[in-house]
Design a binder for this molecule. Structure first.
Ligand SMILES: [Zn+2]
Length: 244
């Protein structure tokens, strides 16, 4: 499972702003970094088209995405409209997709539900030549979705976007949609492979046989307790383990 996250804009492209100072380039990067952390914690591989405030051209974004071999791409944006009343969440997917529409609807529905934003639905946009209008959707080799999280041109939604807590909730919500897309039950996230355990610098991985899922580490009790210098005893008659 591998997701390419594309935080829109950045670097020399910092023009999209809300009426009281929110900058889309910074807001979407923050959401993307929070999302990346969350997905990686769940054992999902992440490639980002940018992870700092820098200029990445559309051609570079496509190259990064296609080279990554990711299973899906999520391009994160916040929305703008000349009508300051416009509000809510919407997503764009390819006219020719097989599963991009599914990911788009999971994203929009989850965000609308969790953040109590108006659900504007999922959309396609066709260019005059019949192809997809949006470059990031048209030129990528995997299902790609542009998620427009909320309107920074709307005073109420801009105020929300300026709150770190709201951006974290957006990231959590996007992650939930990704889990659903990959068929991951959130309470049964995959075991993260390759985890190692060190005790005072000594690699004790082989003895304790660790497993990490949902950020919870499990290991064999007996070797771990013994290595830590305690005594371990399983009391069969009481079906109890005594550690002293
Ligand atoms: Zn944008």
């Amino acid at each position: 499972m591998h997701i390419c996250i594309d935080p829109g804009h950045g670097g020399s492209d910092r023009y999209n702003r809300g009426p009281t100072g929110y900058i889309e380039a910074d807001g979407v990067l923050d959401i993307a970094l929070r999302l990346s952390y969350k997905l990686q914690q769940a054992g999902i591989k992440v490639t980002m088209t940018r992870d700092t405030d820098k200029t990445v051209t559309p051609v570079q974004r496509i190259a990064i995405a296609n080279k990554s071999g990711a299973d899906a791409l999520i391009s994160i944006h916040t929305n703008a409209a000349t009508n300051p009343q416009a509000n809510g969440v919407e997503a764009f997917y390819s006219l020719f997709t097989t599963t991009g529409n599914k990911l788009a609807s999971y994203l929009v529905n989850q965000i609308s539900l969790d953040l109590k934003l108006r659900n504007r639905g999922i959309k396609t946009r066709k260019a005059s030549n019949g192809r997809d209008y949006y470059y990031i959707i048209r030129e990528t080799s995997m299902p790609a979705v542009i998620i427009e999280c909320a309107f920074h041109t709307n005073v109420r939604e801009e105020a929300l976007l300026k709150q770190a807590d709201f951006r974290q909730q957006l990231a959590d919500s996007i992650a939930k949609a990704v889990f659903k897309y990959f068929g991951i039950n959130e309470s049964q996230q995959p075991i993260r492979p390759g985890v190692k355990v060190y005790y005072n610098g000594r690699d004790i991985t082989a003895q304790v046989q660790p497993q990490v899922a949902n950020n919870i580490a499990k290991a064999s009790i007996e070797p771990l307790v013994t290595i830590l210098g305690h005594k371990y005893k399983y009391v069969s008659s009481a079906n109890r383990i005594d550690i002293s």
